[in-house]
Write a protein that binds this ligand. Sequence first.
Ligand code: GRF
Length: 198
Amino acid sequence: MSHKRVAILISGGGSNMVALLDSMRGDHPARPCLVMSNDASAGGLAKAAERGVATAVVDHRPFGGDRAAFEAELIKPLIAAQTDIVCLAGFMRVLTAGFVGQWTGRMLNIHPSLLPKYRGLHTHARALEAGEREHGCTVHEVTPELDEGPILGQARVPVRADDTPERLAARVLVQEHALYPAVLRRFAGGMREPLLMP
Ligand code: GRF
């Protein structure tokens, strides 16, 4: 069986990236082909290299605000690695419609909220401020609208009275590390039915 080739884009420590890498083995229909970051100091790059996965860096800073010029470089290692599926995992650059449009149906992202609630940043603090009783994370297909695409999976956690954004984030992150690998395995196998955990 030829495996789907998965590239993972990170900006920092890549805890989701590690969970994804460690899941792609045995009868899993996908294998990692690349881990790439916009930041050469991203801690996840060393973790990928330790696991024998090819890495690349395309620093966004030399391009200033020219997103298209940055993306014209960003796509090269993805093409060279013959990527079938792109997983954004803590990747902190907004991608243009032009770039995303080239990966329609083949690019996933994990977002730390129960979309469509709390698109954007600071999701845990916003959920606490709003008095939410539950919170969680979502894996979705990436479309040009930020945090908008078809939902492929969600995991829920209860909000506790003494939660701080940090404590809530840590509880959600544990679920992210279970959800993203489970969704990628289904997605690589051709399934599109959303996975709802628990
Ligand atoms: C997490 O909150 C994740 O939901 C978001 O980026 C943050 C860091 O993820 N995508 P990671 O630890 O770098 O995978």
